[in-house]
Design a protein around this ligand. Structure first.
Ligand code: FMN
Length: 370
């Protein structure tokens, strides 16, 4: 069935700050672990993958390490060396040539890492709270890659905090030099910024820990530093308020994320990306609850993510739950997702065996409709 797009909310254009989205279908950030070695550098294969998905209203890059110590998983790209900037330029040029626009997701893994990825420097975290049972992927001394327990983190000193903020500044500057249309600050999924927000991982007793005003301080300092490099209308943030994986257990997410939404709204950023990432492990969607304490506090564009089908996405937009929808696994497997949604499918099924690592298989070879 070919549906008319005239009354389809997924195909209504959207102004998100300075970003003009031709439709409301966003490529969610997806780590694919295919950066060239050594150096974790984006390649022409990565450029092809992203260009295939340039029909999105907005393309969000996979999470990208802002520094060496930020890295928590082998084979993931960075944005802190000249080679990485040049590699990302191949990607942004390909996406722009295909008519798309793209933001870079700025990533610091915090305690979700292993020292083997940044020898000589322990994992950074708000507090020295080890995550029992958490695993990351790295290559050991014997050259074997595998998912293994994280190594113990150190509590960041004030000097570490200041240096990390500077790393965000440099990474943002590098992203813009690489041709991105903006950046998304990754404050979700149990990584460094999320660890500062969550009460169980942040046990500091200085100005960066304790009550909500202190726990958000590092995030707001990072945001303000990023906003010093890029206009607010080109900066988004991703949060996952009810995320419970990676050892996160926030005592009061409604308070934490209500506060975050309200104060970032005042800064006029392009969008608030609310991600329901527990769905990846089969949890029931919890978006309604997350929106109950964020949507009304944020005046800008709200991006929804987590187990959205095109039908559920339309319904959410018609309900005014949010303004656009990011698709992860569905977009991963359907490079021409907007065209498929326009004509009502069919959809390729994603293959989890090729999500991370490898080459073109399961990456650039998902068929389009033609
Ligand atoms: C292979 C894979 C890689 C992912 N990588 C990232 C990432 O780099 N950054 C991020 O914020 N979320 C990441 N996620 C989470 C997705 O962006 C998204 O939140 C999740 O897949 C749920 O959305 P979906 O149901 O539309 O797939 C990843 C998910 C998958 C399946």
């Amino acid at each position: 069935m070919t549906a008319s797009t005239a009354d389809d909310p997924l195909f209504a254009p959207l102004q998100a700050g300075e970003l003009k989205l031709p439709n409301r279908i966003v490529l969610a950030p997806l780590t694919r672990s295919r950066a060239a070695q050594p150096g974790n550098v984006p390649t022409t294969l990565n450029a092809e993958y992203y260009a295939q998905r340039a029909g999105a209203g907005l393309v969000i890059s996979e999470a990208t390490n802002i520094s060496e110590v930020a890295m928590g998983y082998a084979l993931t790209p960075g944005i802190f060396t000249d080679e990485q900037i040049a590699g990302w330029r191949l990607v942004t040029e390909a996406v722009h040539a295909a008519g798309g626009q793209m933001v870079l997701q700025l990533w610091h893994c915090g305690r979700m890492s292993h020292e083997a990825l940044h020898p000589g420097t322990p994992n950074m975290a708000p507090s020295a709270v080890h995550c029992d049972g958490c695993q990351v992927f790295y290559v050991d001394d014997a050259g074997q890659g595998g998912l293994r327990p994280v190594s113990p983190p150190k509590a960041m000193t004030k000097a570490d905090i200041d240096a990390t903020i500077q790393d965000y500044v440099t990474a943002t500057r590098n992203a813009m030099a690489a041709g991105f249309d903006g950046v998304e600050v990754h404050s979700a999924n149990g990584y460094l910024l999320h660890e500062f927000l969550a009460s169980n991982t942040n046990q500091r007793t200085d100005a960066y820990g304790g009550g909500i005003v202190n726990r958000v301080r590092f995030l707001f300092e990072v945001m303000d530093a990023v906003l010093g490099e890029v206009p607010a209308g080109r900066v988004g943030i991703r949060v996952s308020p009810l995320f419970t994986l990676n050892g996160i257990d926030d005592a009061n997410p409604a308070e934490t994320y209500g506060y975050v939404a309200e104060h970032l709204s005042r800064r006029g950023i392009a969008y608030l990306h609310v991600a329901d990432t527990d769905v990846m492990r089969g949890a029931e969607p919890q978006m309604e609850q997350m929106l109950s304490f964020t949507r009304g506090k944020f005046d800008g564009v709200v991006m929804l993510n987590g187990a959205y089908t095109p039908e559920r996405a339309r319904e959410a937009l018609r309900n005014n739950d949010g303004d656009c929808v990011a698709f992860g696994r569905l977009y991963l497997a359907n490079p021409d997702l907007p065209a498929r949604i326009r004509q009502g499918g069919p959809y390729n099924a994603p293959n989890p065996a090729t999500f991370y690592g490898g080459g073109a298989e399961g990456y650039t070879d998902y068929p389009t409709l033609e």
